[in-house]
Each structure stands twice: as C-alpha cells, then as structure tokens.
Design a protein around this ligand. Structure first.
Ligand SMILES: NC(=O)c1ccc[n+]([C@@H]2O[C@H](COP(=O)([O-])OP(=O)(O)OC[C@H]3O[C@@H](n4cnc5c(N)ncnc54)[C@H](O)[C@@H]3O)[C@@H](O)[C@H]2O)c1
Length: 416
C-alpha cells in the first residue's frame, strides 16, 4: 500500500479538476484550490526515556477556510508526509461543504511510530505538537483525531491548549472523551454513516437492506460499526477481511462469533465459520455491496472490472483509484464516495463542537437522529448535483456540490 503514498494528493487533485470541469467551477477558484491555503511545518525535539534523542517532523495543512474555521485530523504514523496531509485536508474541505457544515478542511500530524514510543514520550510529543501548532481555538483551527491518535492523545492536546491559554475551552479540540466534553456516538459515527448512505443508495436502486449481501474490508472501528448495523437491519455479511487475512461464507458470517474470534486472536484470519479468502480477493466475490473500510487505493484498474457488486460504499478514504472509478461508472456500478459515505465522524465532530460551545450535551438518540438527517441530506444533495451535471458519478456530484459552496464563499469574501 505504501507504494502509493506519494500519489494520494495527485489522485485527490485529479478528482478536484475533473469535478471542477464537469461542474463549471471558475478558473480562479480552481487555481486557488489546487494547493492548500496554508501549511505549517515544524520539527519537534524529544529526549527519550532511554537517554537517546530524536527529532520528529510535524505539519498542519489548512486547506481552505472560506466557509468556516478549519477542523479535524491529527495523524501519527511512520510514513506520514505533507502530501498525505494535503490530500486529507482537501477531502476534509469537501466533506464539510457537502454535509452543510460551516467549516474548512485541515489535517496534520507527526511522522512517528506510535508503537515505539513510551506513554510518557507520546504525551510529550503530542503536547509539543500543540505548542508548535499554537492553535487559536474553535473559531480558527480545531484539531481532531486520526490514525495513531485516540481519546487519550486528544485529552493531552486539550489540556495543553488550556494550559497555554489559561482557560477552559472544550470546543478547541475534537474527538475527546465524554468526561472532557466529547460527544456521545462519536466512535461508531463513521460506520453508522457508511451504513446509512448504503441504505440510501440501495433505495435509489430499488433494493431493500434486508437480504442485501455485503463484503467488508477492514474489521476496525468503521468496519465493525457498519457490519453491526447491516446485520441488525437484516443484511448479510458474506465476507470480511483485515490485515491478517479474510474469510467468506455465502450463507452469511456469524458476526458475533467473528467479533469474538478477532478479540481473542487479534485478527480475522483463521475464523472457523467460513473459508479463507485473500484480503483483496473478497472484492470480486458474488455480492450486492462492497464496503472497503481499511486503506486507500485497494480497488484499482486491475480488479475493478472483476467486481460483481452493483454498489461500493467507501468507508476508507480513497479506496477506489481514479482509473477504477471511471471503469466502474461505465460498468454501471454506483460508488458512494468517501466524502459522503465516511462523513459520519466529521458530522459528529461538528456536533461535538456545537455542544462544547453551548455547554449543552445531547443524549445518544439525539446524536443518531441528527446524524441520520444530515448524512442522508449530504447523499441526496450529491445525487441531485450528479443528475444536474448530466448523469455524472455520485463522487463528481458530491465534489461539484461542495466546490460550488466553497467557490461562492470565496467570491463573497472577495478572494477570487
Ligand atoms: N475512524 C473514523 O472515524 C474514520 C473516519 C473517516 C475515515 N476513516 C477511514 O476509514 C478507514 C478505517 O478506519 P478505522 O478507524 O476503522 O481504522 P482501524 O485501525 O480501527 O481499522 C482498520 C482495519 O483495516 C485493516 N487493514 C489495515 N490495512 C489493511 C490492508 N492492507 N488490507 C486489509 N485490511 C487492512 C486493519 O487490520 C483493521 O481491521 C481508514 O482508512 C480511515 O482513514 C475512519
């Protein structure tokens, strides 16, 4: 997968340019949007517990803030790089706009291997990141979590921010635990959203969720929440894979047993309730829906023509390459794009910030209800924009809808 890491931003810009062309977005808007508005880069020194010393590279991309303050995403992994942050910052800009969230897109992170850091080193690194970034609060830049950062890291970030500013401000950081002002429903939000957008797409195809046969790549936070809702709604999970391997059962996998197996062994491989299948091979199985919820670029020009499902729902960011997208569109396969399908997390982050600013915290039912309303609307708006663009793909529909909003905001501000 890492062989594609330098292509991530190029792939994102290809989609940007194509959507801009189909949607008639003006050349000034396109010229401004082809690179981020601002990039902060910094180096973080760290004295390690074993007496050694290491310097870590960090960055934060503020892709575009025309429709509101930028938000979200702090990634810590050994391969993290600026191109990745730029691509994800652009995706975030589009995701916010398509879900009618008045926020811009940002992404940042540190190039580090979390597994090789002690807890104290991790805390120091994360606190140093906040000092280097010096975020200006909820009306400017709100960092959230991503790969390598969870609720503990976000708690340290919030504390560091509040120590620096001298006052409490829960809405300055997203993805916090509820005891520090986080929202209920945050952990399962993305997987729920993947399910809800799949349901809308099936509706458009005249098919019910009941009896729908899905294959899932990625048995993590997103994949499991998606599978839970699928099975609870009468659908069948006919194959699942993670980094350890895959398993298939045409009669439907026993989800509870699979979850217990993963909890016990650490992976899907070796589950006795089905037959082994390759981690990418499962995409070409006989099924109605493919849900890639692991990593990017896994559906490409070689395996796209072999896909039998009529619907793909992108739980991961960028799992379908631009080349594969064109092939699938011609084959009549609908792809619910990442910027809509996996926007559940971003939407609940918006709720988290709203709750923090108002000091009023919602129950789970309220969060779920508002999530369903907002993500369904994002899907509908994208489908309508695709139709208006003369039968464009749902991905281009979503991007066109978002780009028009961002373009209008930039025009009103007098930027372009
Ligand atoms: N968690 C969120 O709220 C959220 C929001 C938007 C997008 N995403 C994206 O969704 C994807 C999954 O996120 P998550 O939070 O569930 O992560 P996670 O770490 O909880 O789970 C990832 C899963 O993918 C599997 N995996 C990793 N590499 C793989 C490979 N090469 N082939 C097959 N399986 C592989 C892992 O074994 C694991 O089961 C990521 O691409 C992430 O960027 C997540």
């Amino acid at each position: 997968m890492e062989k594609n890491k330098h292509d991530v931003f190029e792939e994102a810009v290809k989609t940007l340019k194509k959507a801009g062309e189909i949607g008639g977005i003006g050349e000034n808007a396109m010229a401004f949007l082809e690179e981020p508005k601002r990039i902060q880069q910094f180096r973080i020194p760290l004295k390690k517990d074993d007496g050694s010393f290491q310097v870590f590279e960090g960055c934060r991309v503020h892709y575009n803030d025309a429709i509101g303050p930028v938000r979200n995403g702090t990634r810590i992994r050994p391969e993290f790089n600026v191109a990745e942050a730029k691509a994800l910052g652009l995706f975030m800009t589009i995701k916010h706009a398509v879900a009618d969230i008045p926020a811009g897109g940002a992404k940042g992170g540190i190039r580090a291997d979390v597994g090789k850091l002690t807890q104290r080193e991790m805390e120091t690194l994360v606190r140093s990141y906040i000092r280097a970034l010096n975020p200006k609060g909820p009306w400017s830049d709100v960092p959230g979590a991503d790969i390598g950062t969870g609720q503990q890291a976000m708690s340290w970030m919030l504390d560091e921010y509040e120590q620096l500013t001298g006052h409490h401000c829960p809405s300055a950081i997203n993805d916090k635990p509820t005891s520090l002002g986080g929202s209920l429903g945050g952990e399962e939000a993305t997987g729920r959203g993947v399910f809800l957008t799949m349901r809308e797409a099936l509706k458009d195809m005249g098919k019910p969720v009941e009896g729908c046969r899905a294959v899932l790549q990625g048995f993590g936070q997103v994949g499991v929440a998606f599978a839970d809702m699928l099975v609870a709604s009468g659908g069948e999970l006919v194959a699942a894979s993670d980094i350890t391997g895959g398993v298939t059962n045409s009669e439907g996998l026993d989800l509870a047993a699979l979850k217990a197996h993963v909890a016990e062994t650490g992976g899907v491989a070796g589950f006795s309730g089905g037959s082994p299948v390759g981690i990418d091979e499962l995409f070409t199985l006989d099924c109605d829906v493919v849900a890639p919820c692991a990593v990017h670029n896994v559906i490409h020009e070689e395996n796209a023509p072999l896909i039998k499902a009529k619907l793909i729902v992108e739980g991961a960011n960028g799992p379908v390459t631009t080349g594969a997208d064109e092939i699938l569109h011609k084959m009549g396969v609908m792809v619910v794009p990442d910027v809509v399908a996996n926007s559940g997390g971003v939407i609940v982050c918006h709720f988290e910030r709203t709750q923090g600013l108002s000091d009023q915290y919602w129950d789970l039912e309220t969060v779920y209800q508002k999530l369903e309303m907002r993500i369904t609307k994002a899907y509908r708006q994208s489908a309508e924009a695709a139709k208006q663009a003369g039968g464009a793909s749902l991905r281009h529909g979503a991007w066109i809808f978002a780009l028009k909003r961002v373009e209008e905001a930039m025009q009103l501000r007098g930027w372009i």
